[in-house]
Design a protein around this ligand. Sequence first.
Ligand code: ZN
Ligand code: ZN
Ligand code: ZN
Ligand code: ZN
Length: 227
Amino acid sequence: MPRKPESRGACVYCGETLTKRSAMKHLEACPKRQESLQAAEASNRPVENIWLLRIQDTYNKDFWLDLEMRGTATLIRLDQYLRAIWLECCGHLSEFTIGGWGGDKVAISRKADKIFVPGLTLRHLYDFGTTSETDVRVVGVRSGKATTDHPIALLARNLQPEAACQECGQPAGWWCAECAYEDDKEGFLCDVHVEDHPHQDYGEPVALVNSPRLGMCGYDGPAEPPY
Ligand SMILES: [Zn+2]
Ligand SMILES: [Zn+2]
Ligand SMILES: [Zn+2]
Ligand SMILES: [Zn+2]
């Protein structure tokens, strides 16, 4: 079986394309990020713990985010961020646990500083019907000032995973739920083959967006960061 190419992403600071494995290393060295950190130190924000997080979909690890979170921010802020960038369809319930389903629930009102230790992985569950599961791994912590006034800063993010049209193999920009759920196909379609595609039962094919929730509970984006 051919080895799947490693997931690629981009540095938010300089735009460079990175592999998932090299992203953290790049962020440590990135000159643009260094500039941002220096500017932060000159600001009048407080010195605090800033937690470095690697977020990934539990089952589709091509979807990942590297974030920084202020120690005084609560998990509510992280939940809001994940909803905005990846998950929100119709206001479902969510929770954080240690140990996944049936694990210990972590109260969403808790502050990062009260829970996080390097190496800890939390599981975020969104929607207890068609559940999206997300792993939040605490990679490290720095003592310093936040680079923005927001509780969370996005550092790097996966690029839209490449998908091939199921009809012709060209790059796909669309996805048909009926193909995926009823016909056991991948459901990816190019701009040509999405025209006149015969399926309607699950609605029209949707444009691919950079979220692991695409197609779950009708999720169709926008998958944009809130800030
Ligand atoms: Zn960079
Ligand atoms: Zn929903
Ligand atoms: Zn095609
Ligand atoms: Zn179809």
